[in-house]
Design a binder for this molecule. Structure first.
Ligand code: GRF
Length: 201
């Protein structure tokens, strides 16, 4: 399966997906796109020979920016989109266009701690176990169906930073596995039936 990865930062999850694909995972990264032309992950992707696309969101309306990203994604031939540290909320239109074909990784055990600063919030709450989730993207932020999770133990003296680092190491294992399973899942006959019901024959 062909996958476009959207990033805003270092791109270590993107790198995990890329290296997994080279080790035989059932997907191929056909594009790395970013809303930040200076995202570290872009140069990594370039060095690895992966096509990149960068367009700052600054000064653009959300729909305009998403439209340009979407055009680049479709031109790449991607069948799936993997958000990996993409720090822009997508327009409903963009999310709906990729419904069922867009995944995200979030560094908490969803449904806990949607949105920003999940590690600090988990520490404040006294959680003993934290983790990461890969989920389908819907118009509700971090709210779509959870496809897989990895748990990480909280240790004495952990800070949001140490926790973020340890969770990220787990993310690098989790995302390629869940994405690989998702793109190779057998089709759902019920879903197919629902789509075809009512179609003029
Ligand atoms: C990850 O922790 C991811 O869960 C979150 O943003 C971070 C991205 O890190 N959404 P990287 O750019 O993949 O290194």
């Amino acid at each position: 399966a062909k996958v476009a990865v959207l990033i805003s930062g270092a791109g270590s999850n993107m790198a995990a997906l890329l290296y997994a694909s080279r080790q035989g995972a059932p997907f191929e990264i056909v594009l790395v796109a970013s809303n930040d032309p200076h995202a570290g992950g872009l140069s990594l992707a370039e060095a690895e020979g992966i096509p990149t696309f960068a367009l700052s969101h600054k000064g653009l309306k959300r729909a305009e920016h998403d439209g340009a990203m979407d055009a680049a994604i479709r031109q790449s031939g991607a069948e799936f989109v993997a958000l990996a540290g993409y720090m822009r909320v997508l327009s409903d239109e963009m999310v709906q266009r990729w419904e069922g074909r867009m995944l995200n990784i979030h560094p908490s055990l969803l449904p806990k701690y949607k949105g920003l600063d999940p590690h600090a919030r988990a520490l404040e709450a006294g959680d003993e176990v934290v983790g990461a989730s890969v989920h389908l993207v819907t118009t509700e932020l971090d709210g779509g169906e959870v496809l897989g999770q990895a748990e990480v133990a909280v240790m004495d003296g952990d800070t949001p930073e140490t926790l973020a680092h340890r969770v990220k190491v787990a993310e690098h294992q989790l995302y390629p596995r869940v994405l690989g399973d998702y793109v190779s899942r057998p089709y759902d006959p019920q879903w197919l039936l629902a789509r075809l019901t009512g179609m003029a024959l």
